[in-house]
Design a protein around this ligand. Structure first.
Ligand code: SF4
Length: 85
């Protein structure tokens, strides 16, 4: 069930945070531009951009790229992920 996958992801995230494993890892939507022509990223309107130090390509930083998926492909991936829980 989808709720078990969500529960697993929440638990995994909490455990990673408790181990000190959290990374600056903002998304970049590769298939969408904002109204100003910029790529859409988590950083576009982030209030912490002046202090977080993230610069794509600098010091090993890179965006986590999100690719457009068709609805059927999303369903298949979710089904597989739920089966793997
Ligand atoms: S500006 Fe920094 S803190 Fe904000 S989303 Fe981007 S990487 Fe994260």
């Amino acid at each position: 069930m989808l709720s078990s996958l969500v529960r697993k992801n929440i638990i995994d995230s909490g455990e990673a945070i408790m181990k000190g494993q959290f990374y600056v890892n903002p998304y970049l939507k590769t298939h969408e531009d904002g109204m100003d022509g910029q790529k859409k990223t988590a950083c576009n309107f982030c209030p912490y951009s002046s202090i977080c130090g993230f610069e794509d390509g600098k010091d090993g930083n890179s965006y986590r790229r999100l690719y457009k998926m068709e609805l059927d492909d999303i369903r298949k991936k979710l089904k597989k992920d739920v089966e793997d829980v």
